[in-house]
Design a protein around this ligand. Structure first.
Ligand SMILES: CC(C)(COP(=O)(O)OP(=O)(O)OC[C@H]1O[C@@H](n2cnc3c(N)ncnc32)[C@H](O)[C@@H]1OP(=O)(O)O)[C@@H](O)C(=O)NCCC(=O)NCCS
Length: 205
């Protein structure tokens, strides 16, 4: 963890994630992003989030409202180092937790994509990447996403990161709008899973 300069607006506290936040962050990802990774089950997604919170290769920023986590974002400051560390420290446990669901072809495809697409970014891509940004559905549209974004920028500056990458589904209007209005540069569109496409943005701090 770095020392993320804290921010408190009238009703939102922006802080770094804590180990005990992991199940709630996993729930937010499963509900809000509906990534195929979530099909591997809540225990696998919680394990990944616990690693995001504790790894020095990840910045995890959380927005708390009235004592409840209302949203969060995770930026891998070095995707390659993060995934290597995850596989080394939690790979066996992750495999065991995911095992019952690996018999489904769609889940095997998800694992294959996670192992190949994410670690093998384009050669000129920044090594830092925003891999998750979610606000609770009941809170969306009230400025929490904006506050989390500002928290990410403060946290990354504190770590000396100068650029990061973002991918989002081409059809995700709200997210695309958010990144464009924040000055993110659209660099390409590319396939992710066999039936979906993402916009790839770079953001320079
Ligand atoms: C995308 C998301 C994180 C934005 O957070 P939010 O709290 O709803 O958004 P905010 O109210 O803070 O507004 C942030 C920006 O989102 C965009 N936005 C918000 N509401 C919008 C709407 N109804 N229509 C279009 N754009 C919208 C705007 O660009 C806004 O910034 P601006 O007002 O300065 O232009 C949130 O909607 C979410 O969790 N969506 C589901 C998960 C997701 O798609 N995550 C991104 C995947 S990479």
């Amino acid at each position: 963890m770095t020392n993320l300069p804290m921010s408190t607006s009238t009703d939102t506290v922006i802080r770094e994630g804590r180990r005990q936040d992991a199940p709630r962050l996993a729930e937010l990802m499963a509900e809000g992003l509906r990534t195929r990774f979530s099909d591997l089950g809540p225990s696998v997604v919680t394990l990944l989030h616990r690693h995001m919170i504790t790894s020095r290769h990840c910045l995890c920023v959380v927005a708390e409202r009235q004592g409840r986590v209302a949203g969060y974002a995770a930026v891998l400051t070095s995707g390659g180092d993060f995934y290597r560390e995850f596989l080394l420290r939690k790979g066996v446990l992750c495999g065991l937790l995911a095992l019952p669901r690996l018999f489904r072809l769609s889940n095997l495809r998800t694992v294959y994509t996670a192992m190949t697409y994410f670690p093998s970014a384009g050669h000129d891509d920044p090594s830092a990447e925003l891999v998750s940004l979610v606000v609770d559905r009941t809170t969306q549209g009230s400025g929490v996403g904006r506050e989390i974004w500002d928290g990410i920028i403060r946290g990354l500056r504190a770590r000396g990161i100068t650029e990061f990458k973002i991918t989002t589904d081409v059809g995700n209007e709200r997210a695309n709008r958010m990144y464009q209005t924040r000055g993110c540069r659209l660099v390409r569109e590319e396939p992710l899973y066999h039936d979906s496409k993402v916009n790839v943005y770079f953001y320079r701090l």
